[in-house]
Ligand binder design. Structure first.
Ligand SMILES: Nc1nc2c(ncn2[C@@H]2O[C@H](COP(=O)(O)OP(=O)(O)OP(=O)(O)O)[C@@H](O)[C@H]2O)c(=O)[nH]1
Length: 388
C-alpha cells in the first residue's frame, strides 16, 4: 500500500497535465495569445515537479532530485507570473524575473552542495515563489479600475497560495541546519493539504478569468461596428444610458449630436464602394481625434453617426458640433491618388435638466439633423427647447 501522499502527487500530476492541455487549447482558440502559452508551459513545469517527487526513489543522488524539483517549481511560478504580466500589459523585464529564478537556484545550490543547511535549502526558493505569487496577485487586481469577479477570485487565490507556501517555507526554515522530524511532519501536512487545494483553486480561477476575457471580447465585438470601429447602434444605446447618468451626476452639460455625411450616395457613385468605405473610416478617425476620450461615438447605420459629449461649460458642449462640421469641411479625405471633399450635417440636442430617455433624445437630434439637411446641408441645427 502506497502512502496517501503518493496518491495526492499522482492526482496533482494528472491535473497539471490536463491544465497544461487546456491552456494550450485556449492559446489556439484565443488567437495564439502568448500569455495562454505561458500558462500552459507553467502547468507543464508543475507536472514535471510532481513527476519528480513521484520518482524520487529512482534518483541516485538526493541532491540532484532536490535541485531538479526546485528548478521546475521556480520555473512554473516564473512562467505564470510572466503570463499574467503579458495578459495585463504590465511592463516587467523578463530578465528581472529570470534573475530572481537564477538567484533562487544559486542560493539553493549553495545550501545544498557547498554549505549544507536543510532549513535554508528547503525554504529560500519557496520564499522567492511567494514573492512571485504576490506580484502576480497584485498584477491581476491592478489591471482595471473595477476588477471582474473572476479577476478578484484569481488574485485572491494567488494570494492564498502564496500564504500557504510562506507557511510551508517558514516551517522548513524553523528546522535550522538539520532535519527536525516533528517540523517535517507539519511541513508535509501543509504541503499535502492546503497547498494542493490552493493550487487547484488558483488554476480554476485562472481558467474562469480567461473565459471571462473571451466573453467580454465577444460582448465588445457584438457592440462594435467593424468598418469604423465605433460602437454600433445596439452598443451605443447600451453605453449611452450609462454614460448619460454618469455625466449628469458629475453635473456636466450633456449634448447629443446626430450627424450624417452629405450626399454620400454621390461619393459612392463617383469613387466606388471602396471610396465610400474609406470616407467612413477616415471621417470617424478624424472625429475621434477631435473629441474627448470619454465622449461616445456610435454608427447608427449607413453614413449616420451619433456622439454623446459632456463638457463642464454649456458653451463648450454646444460648440463641439460646429467645430466638427468645420473640421470635416476643411479636411479632404485621401483615397489613392485622389482627394474626396466631404461635408456633413449635424442635429444637436442639449440634454441638461431634461430627464428624457436616450431614444427620445436621438429622435429629437434626428429631427434637427433633418432640418440641417433640408436647409442646405453642411450645417448645425439645434433642437428647439420647446420640443421637449
Ligand atoms: N460605401 C458604403 N456605402 C454605404 C454603406 N452603408 C450605406 N451606404 C450607402 O450610403 C448611401 C446613403 O445614401 P442616402 O441615404 O441617399 O443619403 P445621401 O446620399 O448621403 O444624401 P443626404 O443624406 O440627403 O445628404 C446609400 O447609397 C448606401 O448604399 C457602407 O457601409 N459603405
Amino acid at each position: 500500500m502506497e502512502s496517501p501522499f503518493t496518491y495526492i502527487l499522482i492526482t496533482l500530476f494528472f491535473s497539471s497535465i490536463l491544465l497544461s492541455i487546456i491552456f494550450l487549447m485556449t492559446w489556439q482558440t484565443m488567437g495564439k495569445q502568448k500569455y495562454a502559452l505561458m500558462f500552459s508551459l507553467s502547468f507543464l513545469a508543475s507536472s514535471v515537479l510532481w513527476a519528480n517527487s513521484l520518482f524520487k526513489s529512482l534518483f541516485l543522488s538526493h541532491n540532484l532530485y532536490w535541485m531538479i524539483g526546485c528548478s521546475v517549481s521556480m520555473l512554473s511560478v516564473l512562467l505564470g507570473t510572466w503570463g499574467h504580466c503579458l495578459r495585463t500589459n504590465t511592463k516587467i523585464n523578463p530578465a528581472t524575473l529570470l534573475s530572481l529564478g537564477v538567484f533562487g537556484m544559486a542560493l539553493t545550490y549553495y545550501f545544498t552542495y557547498i554549505s549544507p543547511h536543510l532549513g535554508l535549502r528547503m525554504s529560500l526558493y519557496l520564499y522567492i515563489d511567494v514573492v512571485l505569487l504576490m506580484i502576480t496577485s497584485v498584477v491581476i487586481i491592478q489591471h482595471r479600475i473595477k476588477s471582474r469577479p473572476a479577476e478578484i477570485g484569481a488574485s485572491a487565490l494567488h494570494f492564498i497560495f502564496a500564504v500557504c507556501l510562506f507557511i510551508a517555507a517558514s516551517i522548513a526554515l524553523a528546522q535550522g541546519k538539520d532535519m527536525d522530524v516533528e517540523l517535517i511532519k507539519w511541513y508535509a501536512i501543509v504541503n499535502f493539504t492546503a497547498l494542493p487545494a490552493a493550487y487547484v483553486g488558483m488554476s480554476v480561477f485562472v481558467i474562469y478569468m480567461l473565459a471571462s476575457d473571451l466573453a467580454e471580447e465577444m460582448k465588445l465585438l457584438a457592440m462594435t461596428d467593424l468598418l469604423t470601429n465605433c460602437l454600433n447602434r445596439r452598443g451605443f444605446y447600451i453605453q449611452a444610458k450609462q454614460t448619460m447618468l454618469e455625466l449628469q451626476k458629475q453635473q456636466q452639460h450633456v449634448c447629443l449630436i446626430y450627424w450624417d455625411i452629405d450626399k454620400f450616395k454621390a461619393i459612392n457613385d463617383q469613387f466606388g464602394h471602396a471610396g465610400g468605405d474609406q470616407v467612413l473610416i477616415s471621417i470617424t478617425q478624424l472625429i475621434k481625434l477631435h473629441i474627448k476620450k470619454d465622449d461616445l461615438i456610435g454608427r447608427m447605420g449607413g453614413e449616420e453617426f451619433v456622439i454623446l459629449v459632456g463638457r463642464s461649460h454649456y458653451q463648450d458642449a454646444i460648440n463641439v458640433a460646429e467645430r466638427l462640421r468645420a473640421i470635416i469641411n476643411h479636411t479632404p479625405i485621401p483615397f489613392g491618388e485622389q482627394k474626396i471633399n466631404v461635408t456633413a450635417s449635424f442635429g444637436v440636442v442639449e440634454l441638461n435638466d431634461q430627464n428624457i430617455p436616450i431614444e427620445q433624445a436621438i429622435d429629437l437630434a434626428d429631427t434637427a439633423l433633418y432640418q440641417a439637411k433640408s436647409s442646405g446641408r453642411n450645417k448645425v441645427v439645434f433642437s428647439e427647447p420647446q420640443s421637449f
